[in-house]
Design a protein around this ligand. Structure first.
Ligand code: PLP
Length: 394
C-alpha cells in the first residue's frame, strides 16, 4: 500500500489523495462506487477470521463498504480524529450520537439555536421514550453552562455558529466544565466544515457534520458523519450504526468524496461572496441587524477569531419592515431561490421563523421576520445587485 502519512500534513492533500488505494482498483485515479452488498471468502474460517487479517474488513454493506471507508478516512483526517463514521443523513448521525452517550433518565444541556429537528428529537422523542430532560442555554455566556451542568448531565450539545442566529459558544471553556462533571460534549460543526474549525483539538468528544451541506457541496446528496478520538465511544458509534442500520450508501459516499476534492476552493469563494454581501447589508439603511460571524461588528467576533479559521456563505439579517413586506422582499429576489438547506453551489433565501409567534422567535433570539440567506457561487456582484433590486420594492 502507498505510504499515506505524507498526505496528512496538509488538508488539501487529504481531500485530493489521502485514504485512496489506487493499487486495489487498477490504479484508477478515482475510486469506483463499490455497489456490492456483501463480500465473499475462500473458506469458512477465513470469514470468521476476517477481522484479524486486515486493517479494512468488508463483510456486509450495512457494516462497511470500501467507497464509504475512503470517505471516512478523509473526514477523520480532516477533523484530526482517529475515526469517522458516515450515516444516511445528518440526523441519523446526530441521533446515533445522542443514543450512544445518553442513558434513560439522562440530563442533557443544549444550546437553544440547535438545529430544529435535533431539538424535537431531544425534547419530544428522548423525553417521551427515555425520560431524558433537556436544559437549554443561550450559549454565549459561559456562566449559563456552569449553572446548567450537573453531575447527572450525560451530554452537552453545542452548535457553533448556531442555526439561524449564528451565535457562538466558547468551545474550550464548555469542555472544561463538561470534564469537571464527567459529561460528554457533542458539536454540530456543519457551519464551519473541517476546514474552518476543528473542535476535537479543543477537547470536544464527538464532532458531527451533515454532508448534505458543504461536504457534498452540490445539493445532490443527504448524508451525515460523526468523528471522535475515544476508542470506547468509537466502538459504540460503529456498532450502533450497524444496529440501527443507518450507514451511508456507496453512491452518496462517492459523491461526498468528489465534493471533498473542491471543498477548500468552494469555501473560500463562499466566504468571499458572503463577506461582500454581509458588508453591503451591514451598511444598508433598511437593515437592522446582520448575523454573520465574519463581520468585525459581530458581537462575538473575537471569539470567532479565537476558534475559527473562517466563515461560510450562510448568514441571517433583519430588515426594518412588516412581515408581509419582508416576504415580498424575499420573493423579489431572483438569484436567491426560496428554499431550505444550504451549502450547495446555489444562493438561497428563507424565512425560518415566519410562522412562529413573536414570543417563540424571541426565545430563539430573533424576530419572526428574520431572513436567512445562503451565498452561493454565483458571484458577489450578482448577489448584491439581486438584493438591491429587492430593497427597491420596499
Ligand atoms: C441540515 C442540517 C442538519 C441535518 O442534516 P440532514 O443531512 O438533513 O439530516 C443538521 N445540522 C445542521 C446545522 C444543518 O444545517
Amino acid at each position: 500500500m502507498t505510504d499515506q502519512s505524507k498526505y496528512l500534513e496538509d488538508s488539501r492533500l487529504i481531500e485530493t489523495h489521502y485514504g485512496e488505494e489506487y493499487e486495489n482498483y487498477y490504479n484508477a485515479i478515482v475510486p469506483p462506487v463499490f455497489l456490492n452488498s456483501l463480500n465473499v471468502f475462500p473458506s469458512i474460517d477465513a470469514y470468521f477470521d476476517s477481522d484479524k487479517n486486515d486493517k479494512h474488513v468488508y463483510v456486509y454493506g450495512r457494516v462497511q463498504n470500501p467507497t464509504v471507508r475512503i470517505l471516512e478516512d478523509k473526514i477523520a483526517a480532516l477533523e484530526h480524529g482517529t475515526k469517522a463514521f458516515v450515516y444516511s443523513s445528518g440526523m441519523a448521525a446526530a441521533t446515533t450520537a445522542v443514543m450512544s452517550v445518553c442513558h434513560a433518565g439522562a440530563h442533557i444541556v443544549c444550546v437553544r439555536n440547535v438545529y430544529g429537528p435535533l431539538n424535537t428529537f431531544l425534547t419530544q422523542y428522548c423525553k417521551e421514550y427515555f425520560q431524558m430532560n433537556v436544559t437549554f442555554v443561550k450559549g454565549d455566556l459561559i456562566e449559563e453552562f456552569e449553572d446548567a451542568v450537573t453531575d447527572n448531565t450525560d451530554l452537552i450539545v453545542l452548535e457553533s455558529p448556531s442555526s439561524i442566529v449564528m451565535s457562538l459558544q466558547d468551545i474550550s471553556k464548555v469542555v472544561q466544565i463538561a470534564r469537571k462533571h464527567n459529561a460528554k460534549t457533542y458539536i454540530d460543526n456543519t457551519y464551519c466544515t473541517p476546514i474552518f474549525q476543528n473542535p476535537l483539538d479543543l477537547g470536544v468528544d464527538i464532532v458531527m457534520h451533515t454532508m448534505s451541506k458543504y461536504i457534498g457541496g452540490h445539493s445532490d446528496i443527504i448524508g451525515g458523519v460523526l468523528i471522535a478520538n475515544d476508542e470506547d465511544l468509537l466502538k459504540k458509534l460503529m456498532l450502533h450504526r450497524e444496529l440501527y442500520g443507518g450507514i451511508l450508501g456507496p453512491m452518496e459516499a462517492w459523491l461526498a468524496i468528489r465534493g471533498l476534492r473542491t471543498i477548500e476552493v468552494r469555501l473560500r469563494q463562499h466566504e468571499k461572496n458572503a463577506m461582500a454581501v454581509a458588508a453591503f447589508l451591514d451598511k444598508h439603511p433598511r437593515v437592522k441587524t446582520v448575523n454573520y460571524p465574519g463581520l468585525p461588528s459581530f458581537p462575538q467576533y473575537d471569539l470567532m477569531k479565537k476558534q475559527q479559521k473562517g466563515n461560510c456563505g450562510l448568514m441571517s439579517f433583519e430588515i426594518d419592515s412588516t412581515m408581509e413586506q419582508t416576504k415580498k422582499f424575499c420573493q423579489a429576489l431572483s438569484i436567491f431561490k426560496i428554499g431550505v438547506s444550504w451549502g450547495g453551489f446555489e444562493s438561497l433565501v428563507e424565512m425560518p421563523y415566519a410562522r412562529m409567534t413573536d414570543q417563540e422567535a424571541s426565545w430563539l433570539g430573533a424576530s419572526a421576520n428574520i431572513i436567512r440567506i445562503h451565498c452561493g457561487l454565483e458571484g458577489d456582484d450578482l448577489l448584491i445587485a439581486d438584493l438591491e433590486k429587492a430593497f427597491s420594492i420596499l
